[in-house]
Unconditional design. Structure first.
Length: 318
């Protein structure tokens, strides 16, 4: 009922803005304090500006319309125009995306952008189209690092740690591969789980570690760089196909502006936070990552059993 009322309100607002205005709806699980939401707000502002008010955007943050799967279904059903969610998270409907989620397959965001724009990314874009979804852009969401209640100087220090992970297969695989014991804990409960020693460690981007104040209940951060997270900006294919060429240009230009703001905020935050955490008394370590990468090989083997020999190499091929 609440979702129906919200969407009805958006429709009324669209009518109020004028008969010639086209209002798009955008949903995300991220709240107003996040770079993703700020990027979405920038997209909305720029779209209204470049279109001279002919196109506007109504934002629905904080999972107002449900979780990402619910919002994707709404887009496929023509009830929502745009949804922003994790790119590899879409592996529930496009299994091959598990390959780009595998730890250490992607080294940094620059490489991720190349992959998305390259042959493998275009193949995935076609699979999105088959699902009734068009990929507008992929934004940075931060690189995941590992915090613990002891310094992690090498992979040996991971052994035996009760490492909180989301209930995501490739992050559980990371914990198991490096010798930790994966402990899926709901995100809102992570701080308390760390505080009460239910778990010893957790892994998240630096900006999330800061926002959730995990530095209050963890003494060290290891720069494990095990997963480059990203957000896919997805639009209902029916909506995209209904746009004129001019409208597509406006949307693409505005999305690029929103993505730049999001990426800049995240990269600046990550750059500054290492020093901030050190000033808060945390130990920041830079372990040799080669043993971490080598430890993932058995997981890579399971992926290649599923998708074929050479599937991982194909992801990064130019």
């Amino acid at each position: 009922m609440m979702k129906a009322m919200l969407m009805a309100g958006a429709t009324v607002l669209a009518v109020a803005t004028g008969a010639d205005a086209r209002e798009l709806t955008l949903g995300t699980q991220d709240n107003e304090a996040t770079p993703v939401y700020k990027g979405a707000a920038e997209f909305a502002e720029q779209l209204e500006a470049v279109s001279g008010g002919e196109m506007t955007v109504k934002l629905f943050p904080s999972a107002t319309l449900g979780d990402f799967k619910a919002m994707v279904q709404q887009a496929q059903a023509g009830e929502l125009d745009i949804v922003i969610t994790g790119y590899p998270d879409m592996s529930y409907t496009i299994p091959e995306l598990k390959l780009i989620g595998a730890p250490y397959v992607v080294s940094d965001y620059a490489q991720l952008k190349e992959i998305v724009a390259g042959p493998w990314g275009q193949k995935m874009a076609a699979k999105f189209e088959e699902q009734g979804i068009h990929v507008l852009d992929v934004w940075y969401y931060g690189t995941r690092q590992t915090t613990a209640n002891k310094p992690i100087e090498s992979i040996e220090d991971m052994k035996g740690l009760r490492l909180r992970t989301p209930n995501v297969p490739f992050l559980i695989a990371y914990a198991e591969a490096v010798g930790a014991t994966p402990a899926p804990v709901a995100f809102p409960e992570v701080y308390l789980a760390l505080q009460t020693n239910q778990v010893d460690a957790q892994e998240n981007p630096l900006t999330t570690i800061d926002a959730q104040k995990f530095y209050e209940v963890q003494s060290s951060i290891a720069m494990t760089n095990h997963f480059v997270a990203s957000s896919a900006v997805l639009i209902a294919k029916d909506s995209w196909d209904s746009f004129s060429e001019q409208e597509k240009e406006w949307v693409s230009e505005a999305i690029a502006a929103g993505g730049k703001l999001n990426d800049d905020l995240l990269m600046k935050g990550e750059e500054e936070l290492v020093k901030t955490f050190e000033e808060k008394g945390m130990t920041v370590t830079h372990p040799d990552l080669e043993p971490f990468k080598a430890a993932m090989q058995p997981y890579y083997d399971t992926l290649e059993e599923e998708f074929g020999e050479g599937a991982i190499a194909e992801v990064t091929a130019k």
